[in-house]
Design a protein around this ligand. Sequence first.
Ligand code: AMP
Ligand code: MG
Length: 176
Amino acid sequence: MIIAMGLPGAGKTTVLKNVKSDYVLVNYGDLMFEIEQEHFGIKDRDDMRKLPIEKQKQAQKMVYERLAKMDGKVILDTHCSVNTPSGFFPGLPLDYLKMLKVDSLVLITADVEEVAKRRAEDPTRKRDSDDVALHDNMNRAFLAAYSAATGAPAVIIFNRQGKLEEAVAQFEKILG
Ligand code: AMP
Ligand code: MG
């Protein structure tokens, strides 16, 4: 499994949708949203990170149980850490990470001002206007921890404004 992570608004999903490969793209947020709609009555995917942390943990466990059953060539679209009212919540707690066969850990990031601008201009999502630089720094710390824990290499890809194809090409290179 290739695990792709990034700040909300970094363009992670857009990069992944443009990658040409024989990998199956799995969106973690879609799985979690399904589970939280059913169990916690959540109606908007951007309300998930505001739920009490215990509920997010319960849903996260259920998502990982599903992910652990997936084998073959999978790219997982997820978050390195989630910015919740209780603090930065790890997207890949080590016990769950161990349940997956991780080949590569990829952080897709972008210039802080660009991310803030993309969030402000996205009418389809309820993006936060929080400290993007702090979250990006935390994500790098989590990325290093995930890499050290699994032995899988960590890759950072910059999705520069107007240079989507470059980010896509870098991602495709990882797939070999
Ligand atoms: P996205 O559509 O990629 O922004 O993801 C939607 C939401 O899914 C995020 O705001 C989080 O609430 C949740 N989410 C995504 N990945 C994870 C993860 N690894 N652990 C916990 N929650 C996650
Ligand atoms: Mg996304």
